[in-house]
Design a protein around this ligand. Structure first.
Ligand SMILES: NC(=O)c1ccc[n+]([C@@H]2O[C@H](COP(=O)([O-])OP(=O)(O)OC[C@H]3O[C@@H](n4cnc5c(N)ncnc54)[C@H](O)[C@@H]3O)[C@@H](O)[C@H]2O)c1
Length: 266
């Protein structure tokens, strides 16, 4: 069966960047798309573009850090489209700065979106995806920062390593249900990620004077469309890892060699 035609896809963070490109690519392949984001004008633009291309889209303002809102999103999805087959847990935010300077607000905000957002997606969607018995696919957006720990990105790295670990387990847990799992691990992609602070809620603003300097994107910068194409190919091939940048290979190899040496030396 074609994984996209006449299927229903949910894309969190679908108003911008990688989520926007994923939503447009899924719609081009014939999927009906539900966008979930805080950015209502951004979602409206993406939904308009999908509909202009003859597709169907629904935009639902959702704060992924809030379980109740994600459950309401799932309810809207099933009421509107009767099923969900592809869930892209993609929304994310980034803060920079050494861990010794990270604030409680930094931890709360970034874990809330990047890790709880993914967990909320699973809690709200998985039981019904399993119950409908139509297979499907879950895409979790992590990062190369979930495989390699860059200095100055400790809070972000923590959440992305967790999303990789969650995905590596999820793929095993969901095999009996015919639901595949992919974890997206890009280096630099041309998006709005470096202005993530635009989405920080007032209650989690940092005390004045604690803002870290942005860490530049790693590796050559891909377009969001190039990354989305790799994700769709991974769904088709039912491949777990989507590692978009070949430049990640050497640092990954060095990491595993250091671990190997630690085992051999002990
Ligand atoms: N751009 C990169 O270089 C890069 C590299 C690796 C991983 N990623 C990951 O890709 C994913 C998408 O980010 P992007 O680069 O497209 O950035 P982006 O800022 O362009 O898009 C992120 C989207 O998430 C939304 N969002 C933020 N907080 C939200 C919340 N609480 N609830 C709902 N929506 C929320 C934003 O409004 C925005 O539309 C993130 O998980 C990010 O960590 C990005």
């Amino acid at each position: 069966m074609d994984p996209f035609a006449n299927r229903v896809a949910v894309v969190t963070g679908g108003a911008s960047g990688i989520g926007r490109a994923l939503a447009l690519a899924l719609a081009r392949e014939g999927a009906r798309v539900i966008l979930a984001d805080l950015d209502e004008p951004g979602m409206a633009q993406v939904a308009d573009a999908i509909e202009a291309g003859g597709g169907q889209a629904l935009a639902v303002r959702t704060d992924l850090a809030d379980l109740g809102q994600v459950q309401a999103l799932a309810e809207r999805a099933w009421v509107s489209f009767g099923a969900v087959h592809i869930l892209c847990n993609n929304a994310g935010v980034s803060v920079s700065g050494g861990l010794e300077t990270a604030t409680y607000q930094d931890w709360q905000w970034v874990i809330g979106v990047n890790l709880w957002g993914v967990i909320h997606g699973l809690l709200a969607f998985l039981p019904r995806m399993i119950a409908q018995q139509q297979g499907g696919h879950i895409v979790n957006t992590a990062s190369m920062a979930g495989l390699i720990a860059s200095q100055g990105l400790g809070v972000y790295n923590t959440t992305k390593y967790a999303v990789v670990g969650l995905s590596e387990t999820l793929v095993k847990d969901l095999r009996p249900y015919g639901i595949g799992v992919s974890v997206l691990c890009p280096m630099g992609v041309a998006t709005e990620i470096l202005t993530s602070e635009r989405n920080r809620p007032p209650a989690l603003q940092n005390p004045v004077g604690t803002k870290g300097e942005p860490v530049p994107l790693m590796g050559p910068t891909l377009t969001a469309e190039e990354v989305a194409a790799q994700v769709l190919a991974a769904i088709r091939a039912n491949r777990l890892y989507v590692i978009t940048h070949a430049e990640g290979l050497e640092p990954l190899r060095r990491r595993f060699q250091r671990m190997e040496r630690a085992i051999l030396d002990s």
